[in-house]
Design a protein around this ligand. Structure first.
Ligand code: PLP
Length: 457
């Protein structure tokens, strides 16, 4: 995974290159700069979501087609960002354009069920091995509903979550997402730290935080709170601190500990679902949880989400004990796009294509890292992957904190200045689409090689 001869890189060199690349970045994006200035007059930080507020300035996008996007300054990029991992179908896929155009001409919203609901729910059930599904409009809503269902089913209120997992922006789970070092507590028993002001302390208190990949810490958390825990929620492969893979046997162990203590296991597959395999992490790692939260890629580019579960667990909705609702749930436009995405575009050859692209990236980047003796390594999982800017594997948040984030920022600038746009932030990874080609991903490798040479120059 990592080169055995990895050598330190001079931090002065990283700073020097960063300053140079920031200058080049700004020079090529005057219109983005102007729009951002205007936006700040009417939107805090000049963006519609704080995730879009990226250094050195947001890139305002004009359009996308296939594997490419174009910004308002006319710069063209291979899209490795893909809308935070949504656009696995690629931009303006002809089948999505056709399905959505057809649907909108027939009326786009009734708040009544449509036939496509059944087809999409059946397909999710087939892919993830859970029989009952409901729709939402985002990942946040999906994990919010999963938590409510688990609390109702068990009659308990406490949740256990992993330090540094992001599950959306509702109060119960916006705890210890990226806690500051002075507040985060000991590594084996982390503190519960609200990620934002405005979250009631009483809600934070109900969320117990444990380190990922540590079954003993999970057991201790249950021992500290006997009979209180409704569910353990986990991203089966953490994807908001780079990519952190589960240890062999970890997910099965977590499921057993939860079940032995009368709690449910929830997989947050908002990022992994339908991207790292047809049946997401559930298929890839061979562990089926009690509840799954989905969103992002399953909607083919429209706002979407879904929560699925075991029949007896989802019965809390059937029995009217849990109110699972939303004006736009199962919206016909979303369902039209989702149906085409899941039943036509993301077929077996799409996953084979992702694996082939992943192989090109893994092989190419591994070679660059070895040739330049860089202290980095690469993880690929079908449509998803990323470079970890440290030689050793990251197993949890405390490992992640040891990464020098300056490399991730420099790499983002190098790619952006050379025609590849990545999601901003050291924690982000790439998402490919069915419309990406080997040449597209080779461009990422070539840009990375240029950065490697410059770092060692
Ligand atoms: C793992 C995970 N869960 C939940 C969410 C929240 O999804 P949304 O932004 O659609 O509310 C995200 C968003 O990035 C996520 O990465």
């Amino acid at each position: 995974m990592s080169t055995p001869t990895a050598r330190q890189v001079s931090s002065t060199r990283v700073k020097e290159l960063t300053t140079h690349e920031e200058g080049r970045f700004r020079k090529a994006r005057p219109r983005s700069q102007q729009l951002w200035n205007e936006a700040r007059e009417v939107m805090p930080r000049g963006v519609p979501s704080s995730f879009q507020d990226a250094a050195p300035q947001p890139v305002f996008v004009e359009r996308g087609k296939g594997s490419r996007v174009w910004d308002v300054d006319g710069n063209e990029y291979v899209d490795f960002h893909n809308g935070f991992g949504v656009m696995v179908v690629g931009h303006a896929h002809p089948k999505i354009v056709e399905a959505v155009s057809h649907r909108i001409a027939q009326g786009s919203h009734f708040a009544q069920p449509v036939a496509e609901d059944v087809q999409v729910a059946r397909e999710l059930s087939r892919r993830f091995g859970l029989p009952q599904w409901r729709f939402t409009n985002s990942g946040t809503e999906s994990t919010l509903d999963a938590v409510r269902i688990a609390r109702a089913f068990t009659g308990r209120e406490r949740l256990i979550k992993m330090e540094a997992s992001y599950h959306g922006h509702h109060d119960a789970l916006m705890v210890s997402v990226e806690p500051p070092a002075d507040l985060m507590g000991p590594p084996d028993e982390p503190a519960s730290v609200p990620q934002s002001e405005g979250i009631p302390a009483a809600v934070v208190e109900l969320t117990t935080v444990i380190p990922f990949n540590d079954l003993k810490a999970a057991e201790r958390a249950f021992t500290r709170h006997p009979g209180e825990v409704a569910a353990v929620i986990v991203e089966p492969a953490m994807m908001n601190v780079g990519i952190v893979l589960p240890d062999q046997g970890y997910l099965a162990g977590l499921r057993d500990i939860a079940h032995n203590n009368g709690a449910l296991l929830i997989f947050d597959e908002v990022k992994t679902g339908a991207t790292i395999a047809a049946g997401g992490a559930t298929e890839r790692f061979g562990v089926t949880p009690d509840l799954i939260a989905l969103a992002k890629a399953i909607g083919g580019g429209l706002p979407c989400g879904a929560v699925g579960g075991r029949a007896n667990v989802m019965a809390v909705i059937e029995d009217k004990r849990v109110a699972q609702m939303g004006t736009f749930n199962g919206n016909p436009l979303t369902m039209a796009a989702s149906k085409v995405t899941l039943l036509e575009i993301l077929n077996a050859s799409a996953y084979a294509h992702f694996d082939a692209l992943a192989e090109t990236l893994q092989g190419g980047l591994d070679r660059v890292i070895a040739d330049h003796e860089l202290p980095f390594h690469v993880i690929t999982l079908a449509a998803r992957g990323g470079v970890t800017y440290r030689a050793q594997r990251v197993r949890n948040y405390r490992d992640y904190l040891e990464i020098d984030k300056a490399f991730a920022y420099l790499s983002w600038l190098y790619q952006c200045n050379r025609g590849v746009i990545m999601a901003p932030g050291a924690e982000e990874n790439w998402t490919l689409s069915v419309q990406h080609s080997v040449d597209d991903v080779q461009r990422y490798v070539d840009n990375f090689a240029e950065m490697a040479r410059d770092l060692r120059a």
